[in-house]
Design a protein around this ligand. Structure first.
Ligand code: PEP
Length: 249
């Protein structure tokens, strides 16, 4: 049976609480009848309100980051249990902006993955190569390392709960989308690597493509064999374009 597509919006540092309400009131009717799971990662301050507004809809609310500790003197950080108590159901981890701008490494990201699972939050682990790495022919090496380290100590039972998002760094926010063939090839490699790490589980794990997904390229990307959905940044900020991507499933 075909896996249900999952479309995840990542708002990054955009939208106040009031703007979140207005967006969700517009989006909800546009995606009420879709054949896909709709996830939205909003800023921390919008989570409780977004959860309330989407109560009777098919939209699932989550967060964009968390710390690996449950509490402590970590000014400005947030714990998984706090997100869970706010109503978040999933959390994006290892986004390339966190890796690049905030110097998060694979070990730290792995500790967050483990913590999110303990806190009953579904992790969306982002992986992907930079332009330099691709041009040096290191794409597969980078993806294999990010998977191996990012999923270290994850049990065979828990790995099915994790979503992997392949986001080539050169395609994020740049308008340069990977071709469907290139994206499929990377997803095929990711699934094969998951098979070597978690034998038999590879077909149960949802793989998303991320990187300048727009209404006009979504259908072709989503029709690729190993692509089970999309992680959408810029185009998720407008309810109409986000709905068009979801409706491309
Ligand atoms: C992202 O933020 O994960 C992303 C893929 O952004 P964009 O769609 O804007 O490239």
């Amino acid at each position: 049976m075909e896996k249900e597509h999952i479309i995840v919006g990542n708002w990054k540092m955009y939208k106040t609480e009031q703007e979140t309400v207005e967006f969700l009131q517009t989006l909800a009717p546009l995606v009420a009848a879709v054949n896909a799971r709709v996830y939205l990662a909003v800023p921390f301050t919008s989570i409780p309100t977004a959860v309330k507004v989407t109560e009777k809809t098919n939209i699932v609310i989550g967060a964009q980051n968390m710390n690996d500790a449950t509490k402590g003197a970590f000014t400005g950080e947030i714990a998984g249990i706090m997100l869970k108590a706010s109503g978040a159901e999933f959390v994006i981890l290892g986004h390339s902006e966190r890796r690049e701008l905030f110097k998060e490494d694979d070990d730290f990201i792995n500790r967050k993955v483990i913590r999110a699972l303990k806190d009953d939050l579904q992790p969306i682990l982002c992986i992907g190569e930079t332009l330099d790495e691709r041009e040096l022919g290191k794409t597969e090496e980078v993806l294999a390392r990010q998977l191996q380290k990012g999923l270290k100590k994850v049990s065979m039972e828990d790995v099915e709960k994790i979503i992997i998002a392949y986001e080539p760094v050169w395609a994020i926010g740049t308008g340069k989308t990977a071709t469907p063939e290139l994206a499929q090839e990377a997803h095929r490699f990711i699934r094969q690597t998951l098979g070597t790490l978690f034998s038999g589980k590879e077909s149960k794990i949802s793989l998303l493509y991320g990187g300048s997904v727009k209404p006009d390229n979504a259908a072709l990307l989503l029709s690729q064999k190993d692509i089970n959905g999309a992680l959408v940044g810029g185009a998720s900020l407008d309810p109409k374009s986000f709905a068009d991507i979801i409706n491309a499933c």
